[in-house]
Design a protein around this ligand. Structure first.
Ligand SMILES: [Fe+2]
Length: 288
């Protein structure tokens, strides 16, 4: 379903968007780009002071810097009206933005969450993928997850400032929120944040077409001698099938399938903070 189709019947106080690119820092951006070329089928090129990796439905930008650092996350909007609604919403909620013209998003606005993570929202200017690219294994860039010392502030920014909708919370035994999953389409989450001792990037995820593709991606990783670090398994929140690998900087990279689609108005779900919530099939890696 396209963003424009999704907008039909939706209240205008909610955002309609999809994750379009991530910009990450690394002490070795060229080496990191080579990993993603090998692991995820990206085409890599040097563009001014950045390394740009592109593939069908996925884009990454690498720059020199500290590892495990999210420099920017870019979200595609369906049209100019959505962009202007977002700009109004940010200001009315007491946050700020600036107009930008990002590499992969033309007319765009850029804002920062309370942790300083930068987010760009704009109109994509994608070239049509070549026939050669289309033959690659499907993996649409779908969500990004950060760790935060103050996740409640981040959630307030995303819901009140940006118009994301809260899908599910994970609560500890004292009733405190440990993880929040937020959506900007029918897909269960396009962003999540969990409580941790530091603010940092945790992982990003690619949604593939079905369970059989999880198998094919696992076989692909095996052929590249990239070990699977976690999974295959099934998450509780989102109900998606998953596997994880590590990139050379230690960032988690997730491949997912069959992520839950959520109807508007569905009550916020609550999950206990336990291994079974992270992986109903087996071991959960509690990072919060
Ligand atoms: Fe994930």
């Amino acid at each position: 379903m396209s963003c424009a189709q999704f907008r039909q019947g939706r209240p205008t106080d909610t955002l309609v968007a999809s994750l379009h690119f991530l910009e990450m820092a690394s002490p070795d951006p060229r080496g990191l780009a080579c990993f993603y070329e090998r692991a995820m089928g990206y085409d890599v090129r040097v563009d001014d002071d950045a390394i740009v990796a592109s593939g069908p439905d996925r884009n990454l930008i690498f720059r020199l810097g500290a590892p495990k650092t999210l420099l920017r996350a870019g979200f595609a909007l369906p049209d100019q009206d959505e962009l202007e609604r977002l700009a109004d919403r940010i200001v009315q909620a007491g946050y700020s933005f600036r107009r930008s013209n990002a590499h992969l998003l033309g007319d765009a606005i850029e804002t920062s969450d309370p942790d300083g993570n930068r987010f760009v929202f704009g109109l994509p200017r994608d070239p049509q993928p070549s026939a050669e690219k289309v033959r690659k294994l499907p993996a649409r860039l779908q969500h990004v997850v950060v760790a935060s010392r103050t996740p409640a502030d981040v959630v307030s920014f995303f819901t009140e400032g940006l118009g994301f909708t809260l899908s599910d919370d994970v609560l500890d035994a004292e009733g405190c929120v440990r993880t929040s999953f937020l959506r900007c389409s029918r897909e269960h989450h396009s962003f999540a944040v969990f409580k941790a001792a530091e603010d940092r990037l945790d992982h990003h995820c690619y949604e593939t077409s079905d369970w059989n593709m999880i198998r094919d991606w696992a076989d692909h990783m095996a052929s590249e001698h990239i070990p699977i670090q976690w999974g295959p398994g099934r998450h509780g929140p989102g109900n998606n099938l998953f596997l994880f690998v590590h990139d050379p900087d230690g960032n988690w990279v997730e491949i997912s399938a069959e992520l839950e689609l959520v109807d508007h108005g569905r009550p916020v779900g609550q999950w206990p903070h336990e291994q079974r919530t992270l992986n109903s099939w087996g071991q959960g890696l509690l990072r919060s």
